[in-house]
Write a protein that binds this ligand. Structure first.
Ligand code: FES
Ligand code: FES
Length: 153
């Protein structure tokens, strides 16, 4: 069954016909060409596909495209303002937290959601917030440092 949905992605209004079983990941990557949304595990375990839906980080591989109806979607492509990176992206660069490039977009999206809440978190709380992201190179230390730097600003 097809459904017509209306939503915004990175500030632009869109209208699309989506299949009832189509995921948000498939719609964003496959149909809108937003390849900053990465496909890792496809089962909600790795965090590579994380996008923001109405400001909340979600795994787009287990979120139906139909659920995006009426919502505001943001992906990595919508964060920078031209050549100006958003504060989280800049912190990842400054602290050497950009590693394989596959996990980084999802981590940046979750960290952006955290930063936009404007709440200071302890190291354990930051760790818990990022626990949905798997990094096989195990370079978590620089990622933690980058996120903490943003939250402290
Ligand atoms: S691809 Fe979605 S959580 Fe891994
Ligand atoms: S940043 Fe991707 S495996 Fe570590």
């Amino acid at each position: 069954m097809s459904l017509r949905i209306h939503f915004s992605v990175n500030g632009t209004h869109k209208e699309l016909l989506v299949e009832s079983g189509e995921t948000l990941l498939e719609m964003l990557r496959g149909r809108l060409g937003l390849t900053g949304v990465k496909r890792g595990c496809s089962v909600g375990e790795c965090g590579a596909c994380t996008v923001l839906v109405d400001g909340l980080n979600v795994d787009s591989c287990i979120y139906l495209a139909a659920w995006a109806d009426g919502r505001e979607i943001r992906t990595l492509e919508g964060l920078a303002d031209g050549d100006d990176l958003n504060p989280v992206q800049q912190a990842f660069v400054d602290h050497g937290a950009v590693q394989c490039g596959f996990c980084t977009p999802g981590l940046v999206m979750t960290a952006t959601a955290m930063a936009e809440k404007g709440i200071k978190l302890t190291r354990d709380e930051v760790r818990r917030e990022l626990s949905g992201h798997l990094c096989r190179c195990t370079g978590y230390q620089n990622i933690m440092t980058a996120v903490e730097a943003v939250l402290e600003d």
